[in-house]
Every structure is written in structure tokens, then in C-alpha cells.
Design a protein around this ligand. Structure first.
Ligand code: RP5
Length: 180
């Protein structure tokens, strides 16, 4: 890391209306140990052909980098930030304090408290600085990416169409699944 991805959409054979030349979503995480979970957010964005950047940035261990990256995120072309951290998980809140871009928090499953510490410290933002918090772990990572896509799709009809196609495929898989 940093990693960037510009892979074209796999969900549908149409040209996306997302710019592929510059990352529009930043995925930041407190530690390399978060990557095994957060790669699911990255893979979901890749499947929709959304250029994004993945970085390790810690609110505690690299506080100045966290402030600098979040302060300049909008100027640098990002439209949504996904911030993942575990334990006393302040990363999403710190990012949200420095930008008005939407910040989606993903609580990591921790060894000590199974992610309840991460969840509460990400979700319980005092009024005034919002963080949209997803579920603990892999489901949260995947849904953070889908949420980011939904935000981007507000102003991008072709991306919205891709999102509907994804939902349709999911629905068809459920309908086709038979119990043994
Ligand atoms: C947080 O501390 C990270 O987001 C990670 O989830 C947790 C543990 O980090 P490591 O000790 O594995 O680097 O900052």
C-alpha cells in the first residue's frame, strides 16, 4: 500500500460513468492487520470498476498523516471515504472532523472484545460530526463499498443501473437456491 485500482466493471458490459483515471473513494485503515477484512471493500469497488485508493493511516500512530490526508481528500478528488479501525477506533471520527465528505466507518473485529469496542467507538459520534457506521468485519467492509457506490450513483445513472443489476443477480441467486 498505497494501492490503487482502476479495473473496469465486471457487473455489466456497459461503460461506467465513473472516472477511471483518478480514485474517487479512499479506503483507509488503522493497520495492515485490517487489510484481510478491508480487501472485501476494495474487491467490491473493483467489481463495479470504481477507481479507489487503499492506505494504512492510523489516528493514533500517525495522527498528522490522518489530519493531512483527510483535510486534502476533497481537493484530491475523493468523493467518499471508508475508514476502518479496531479497538479504540477513532479513525473514522478523526477523518470526519477534517472533511465534509461522507465518511463510512467499518469497525474491525478485535481480539479483546470481538469488535464491540471498535463498533461503539466508531458509531457513537457526538452530534455535529457524523460517521455512517456499518457492521463489524467483512459484512461491514462489503456494505461500506456498496454504500459508497450508492452515494456515487446519485449523480451517475449508469452506475445506478449497475447497482440495480447487482441487486437483481443477488435476488436471482436466492430464488434459485434449493435446500438439499
Ligand atoms: C487499530 O488497532 C487498527 O485499526 C487495528 O484494527 C488495531 C490493531 O492494530 P495492530 O496492533 O494489529 O497493528 O489501530
Amino acid at each position: 500500500m498505497p494501492r490503487t485500482s482502476k479495473r473496469p466493471s465486471k457487473t455489466r458490459n456497459i461503460k461506467s460513468d465513473i472516472p477511471t483515471s483518478r480514485p474517487v473513494v479512499a479506503i483507509v485503515m488503522g493497520s495492515q492487520s485490517d487489510w484481510e477484512t478491508m480487501r472485501h471493500a476494495s474487491e467490491t469497488l473493483e467489481n463495479f470498476g470504481i477507481a479507489h485508493e487503499c492506505r494504512i493511516i492510523s489516528a493514533h500512530r500517525s495522527p498528522q498523516l490522518a489530519a493531512d490526508f483527510s483535510s486534502s481528500a476533497e481537493t484530491n478528488g475523493f468523493e467518499v471515504i471508508i475508514a476502518a479501525a479496531g479497538g479504540a477506533a477513532h479513525l473514522a471520527g478523526v477523518f470526519a472532523a477534517h472533511t465534509t465528505l461522507p465518511v463510512l466507518g467499518v469497525p474491525m473485529k478485535s481480539d479483546a472484545l470481538n469488535g464491540m469496542d471498535s463498533l461503539l467507538s466508531t458509531v457513537q459520534m457526538p452530534a455535529g460530526i457524523p460517521v455512517g457506521t456499518l457492521a463489524i468485519g467483512k459484512a461491514g467492509a462489503t456494505n461500506a463499498a456498496l454504500f459508497a457506490i450508492a452515494i456515487l450513483a446519485n449523480s451517475r445513472p449508469r452506475l445506478r443501473e449497475q447497482l440495480w443489476d447487482f441487486r437483481k443477480a443477488q435476488d436471482e441467486r436466492i430464488r434459485a437456491t434449493k435446500l438439499p
